[in-house]
Design a protein around this ligand. Structure first.
Ligand code: SF4
Ligand code: SF4
Length: 610
């Protein structure tokens, strides 16, 4: 708490001290996340040490609105699991639909594979406005502050279940259940209920009573109605000026008024659900309702979160990851403030899984990865194996499950390199930074939590690529590859070596497009420890992606070729000509690179050798 307070406004004034503290706290955040998920795994009997978790339904179209619907929103399943328990006890599990948004959805599907995932945070406003939810159970984090206002517009009722977000509501844990349900059903009142068992009972009873009365409120806007609504537009462009994704909303609405909905559909696929367009429109154009007429109502699939990566899996992949023959572990994590289409993450996941990287996912990114089907109608969760192995696509779980991804990095150091875990973070992080080809991607990061998760990965030596909206964090960890000092200690000879090799080049970088992201991810998976065979594989992906997505050979390629043996066979002639043009010279190849010994530390160089 002391160090966290020192990072607040008006405290630490030096950027290096500030970042040092941010790194330290974020490292501790990973410890807290792990404790939280271990508590969930033990308390709720979530899956653990199991790769083949159930495939669950995903998408707003997956929710059966003919049944009473309870929507759970947030990041803490303490109440949603009570809802499932109550339904099971009363034999109602097949009669009431439980669906979720954000991490509570992921947690709830780890508890019951009958629960459905509606989608990420960016679809919260859209889904609430559909009125499909009879009761909304909110807990904490990533919940819109206007949730009760939006729910009231469609006759849904809200139960706030966490003292972290009381929403100005009366706490009614002590009042008789039937009395509370009555007021919710008759007066559409929202309540705070901190007794989760009671909240669950109230939620189910209220949903059962409300559903038959709310049929009309669940009707979606039709294209004909959307066409009529669009006619209110006066072409002022206020909506466009406030849209964070700069969407061409006016044109889309004007076209919709003529019966052409392509533009509106295009905008919906890129909308992050902030709601600013409606606030700005003084003519009452109901964007989020109009989106109902153009949204895809198909059902996608997501694999339920699996929790920790198993030691047996690490034993199998430790060597190929460290030698570089599995080109990298890529973690898609975090929120849904995406700059373009919602399925960009799915596209990136597919690309890297196909290239035999290990792809792990958490949070909203784990959901959106399932929101794209191939020509055979399969999502990445159905198409790729769920194992922590080359070409696997692994849903680790919710945001707290990120600790299992950093944990996997630590396990590689521990299991493959025999490095002790206890009180040895410096050595483990040094190992991960120099030898484990891993890269995090937070394509839609927007919250403090996502910043902390990313910074915690940075502390462990894992670089992170951020999407363009994350430039608002106003901090990155960038190198200047031409000028910076890339000297490390050769752990075997115990001498300093100028490797002249910027791997990994950055620790935290914002990029502007998915194309640039994919190229950067491939680049940031390179490590000084790569064997020539491993580096060939990694360079093959880097060159191939760059040629296909950006065009031509990467302009900085000469920095990453240490000897001729690093050059991929397929591009050999072209790369040799490029290197000649750049005046390239051979660089040292190390098998035990370490920063220990390059700066003042109590850790002896012997600590990195086992
Ligand atoms: S709700 Fe969607 S369309 Fe409207 S301003 Fe926000 S991002 Fe743009
Ligand atoms: S703000 Fe409203 S009236 Fe103005 S262009 Fe947008 S939709 Fe049309």
């Amino acid at each position: 708490i002391h160090v966290l307070s020192s990072t607040h406004t008006g405290q630490e004034g030096d950027p290096v001290d500030y970042e040092s503290k941010a790194l330290h706290i974020s490292m501790l955040d990973h410890v807290c996340m792990e404790a939280a998920d271990v508590a969930q795994i033990v308390g709720f009997k979530f899956p653990t040490s199991k790769a083949d978790t159930p495939i669950v339904d995903l998408g707003w179209g997956a929710v059966d609105k003919s049944k009473p619907v309870i929507l759970v929103v947030g990041h803490n399943p303490a109440c949603s699991t009570e809802v499932i328990d109550y339904l099971r006890k009363e034999g109602l599990e097949d009669k009431v639909e439980v669906c979720g948004i954000c991490c509570t959805a992921l947690e709830t599907t780890r508890y019951s594979d009958k629960a459905k995932i509606v989608g990420p945070l960016s679809r919260q406003l859209f889904f609430v406005r559909t009125g499909i939810a009879d009761v909304i159970v909110a807990d904490e984090q990533c919940i819109r502050t206007d949730l009760t206002i939006e729910a009231s517009k469609v006759g849904s009722v809200v139960i706030a279940s966490s003292d972290k977000a009381c929403r100005g509501l009366e706490e009614v844990s002590e009042r008789p259940t039937d009395e509370v349900v009555r007021e919710m059903v008759d007066q559409r009142k929202h309540f705070l209920i901190l007794d989760h068992r009671k909240a669950a009972e109230v939620a189910v009873k209220a949903a059962l009573e409300l559903a038959p009365k709310r049929k009309a409120e669940k009707e979606l806007m039709t294209p004909e109605q959307a066409k009529e609504a669009a006619k209110a537009c006066k072409a002022c462009r206020n909506c466009e000026q406030v849209c964070p994704n700069l969407l061409p909303l006016m044109e889309a609405v004007q076209k919709a008024a003529e019966g052409d909905f392509e533009g509106l559909k295009w905008c919906f696929e890129r909308c992050i659900g902030c709601g600013k367009c409606e606030e700005a429109c003084t003519h009452g154009v109901p964007f989020q309702r109009m989106f109902q007429s153009v949204a895809s109502w198909e059902t996608w699939k997501c694999r339920a979160g699996r929790g920790p990566v198993m030691d047996t899996e690490i034993r199998k992949v430790g060597a190929p990851i460290v030698l570089g023959t599995i080109p990298g572990v890529i973690a898609f994590v975090g929120c849904s403030n995406f700059p373009e289409e919602i399925d960009e993450v799915a596209e990136m996941v597919e690309e890297f899984a196909r290239r035999k990287y290990i792809v792990v996912l958490t949070g909203c990114s784990a959901m959106v990865a399932g929101m794209r089907k191939d020509k055979d109608g399969l999502t990445v969760y159905e198409k790729f194996p769920p194992d922590f192995d080359a070409g696997g696509v692994v849903n680790i779980g919710s945001c707290v499950s990120n600790a299992h991804i950093s944990g996997a990095g630590m396990k590689i150091a521990n299991i493959f390199a025999n490095l002790p875990l206890r009180a040895n973070y410096e050595v483990i992080a040094d190992y991960v930074l120099n030898r484990v080809g891993a890269c995090g991607v937070a394509w839609g990061a927007m919250s403090q939590k996502a910043a902390s998760i990313g910074t915690g990965f940075n502390r462990l030596g894992v670089p992170v690529v951020l999407g363009p909206h994350s430039s608002k964090y106003r901090r990155q960890y960038l190198s200047r590859k031409e000028e910076d000092d890339w000297t490390v200690m050769d752990g075997r000879k115990k001498e300093l070596v100028d490797t002249q090799e910027p791997t990994p080049e950055h620790l935290c970088i914002v990029v502007e497009s998915k194309e640039r992201a994919m190229v950067t991810i491939a680049k940031l998976c390179m490590r000084k420890n790569d064997t020539p065979q491993g580096r060939q594989i990694k360079l093959n992906h880097y060159i191939d992606l760059h040629k296909r997505l950006i065009g031509g050979l990467p302009p900085d390629l000469h920095h990453f070729v240490r000897t001729e043996r690093d050059i991929p066979m397929f591009f050999k002639r072209e790369v040799l000509a490029f290197l000649k043009e750049k005046g390239w010279q051979r660089k040292p190849v190390l098998s035990l690179p370490t920063f220990i010994g390059t700066y003042p530390t109590k850790v002896p160089i012997e600590a990195v050798i086992r």
